[in-house]
Design a protein around this ligand. Sequence first.
Ligand SMILES: Cc1cc2nc3c(=O)[nH]c(=O)nc-3n(C[C@H](O)[C@H](O)[C@H](O)COP(=O)(O)OP(=O)(O)OC[C@H]3O[C@@H](n4cnc5c(N)ncnc54)[C@H](O)[C@@H]3O)c2cc1C
Length: 353
Amino acid sequence: MLLKENVPLAPYTTLGIGGPARWFAGAASEDEVIEAADWARVRGVKLFVLGGGSNLVVADAGFDGLALRIGLRGVAVEAAGATARIYRVAAGEDWDYLVDRALAENCAGVECLAGIPGTAGGTPVQNVGAYGQEVASVIECVRAYDLQERAFVELNAEECGFSYRRSRFNTTDHGRFIVSRVDYRLRRGGEPTLRYADVERAIEAEHLDRAPTLAEVAGVVRRIRRSKGMLLVEGDADCRSAGSFFKNPVVSGELFQRIAEQRETAPPRFPAGRGPENEGMVKIPAAWLIEQAGFTKGFALGAAGISSKHTLALVNLGGAQASEILDLAERVRAAVEERFGIRLDMEPVLVGF
Ligand SMILES: Cc1cc2nc3c(=O)[nH]c(=O)nc-3n(C[C@H](O)[C@H](O)[C@H](O)COP(=O)(O)OP(=O)(O)OC[C@H]3O[C@@H](n4cnc5c(N)ncnc54)[C@H](O)[C@@H]3O)c2cc1C
């Protein structure tokens, strides 16, 4: 394991913000994961696991511990019955590369998750989702180093405790596991998922005289993402972000009704998700609440801003400090709370605060 000192973290994040890690190392194998974990444990040093840095706000003062960058690579594909394929993907693989590979091999299950930045190992952490799909529905197994038990474990989807933007990895067991591999069960020759109005409309506009292919659906998703600054595009200042900065709040049917009665147009609504805790609940787009609370695309506060393409993304306009991003986030949250009584949850992970 090559250990470096005082390595700036900003270049390792899509937001491009953050001070140095006191120590920094890369792990290219499971043995290196164990080595780094032991190194930190023996010295009583905090450990932070860094993937693609696409969901992070790193403090201006940096991280006073070991940042371990996950660099394990490799994809193995196995047939499982007539139509299923299991993709065993090392945690450091680029997620969008995996999506492309699945599309090329005509495997369904991740086509709506095209264009999400970051690593495969990052996907179970917040159960990434977009345009009607969530990674939870295709995860067969997560292999991870358990820092508590000091052993590798394999967790099935149920044991991962997935729900909307949540898993045990970012809630009850935050910081306990280092993911080394994720196995995805995809459907060879399966139909694409068409569950999201924007995607359905864009497909209709193509006037195909047949069902769309997986690649066509993924293409539409990437186009929509690009128009919202939600695709990493070289030179597009609007994608200097951590993606959506706020989660879409899940509220009771009564609160939704009250909000709808106060406004001329009712807020858009989505199903809250599966599980008994979501019964009678409604998901409202955070972007709608933010706009109704008086913020517009392109709003700036110092070097922190709201994306000019999407109200849900906070962007680094150039040389922003983490504190400026968080000040802007707090302003947005306070305004939404004052107007609707809803406290928005932040989606990115805060490091070093
Ligand atoms: C332009 C843009 C668009 C986005 N769109 C979406 C979207 O549509 N849907 C969505 O859900 N997200 C979206 N995101 C957020 C982000 O891409 C995902 O959350 C992604 O899965 C994060 O992966 P990462 O490898 O970059 O993780 P990082 O940002 O490096 O880390 C995020 C968290 O995961 C942990 N982590 C990462 N790798 C591992 C590992 N191997 N083991 C243990 N813990 C690990 C980190 O410790 C940290 O807590 C978007 C981000 C951007 C910048």
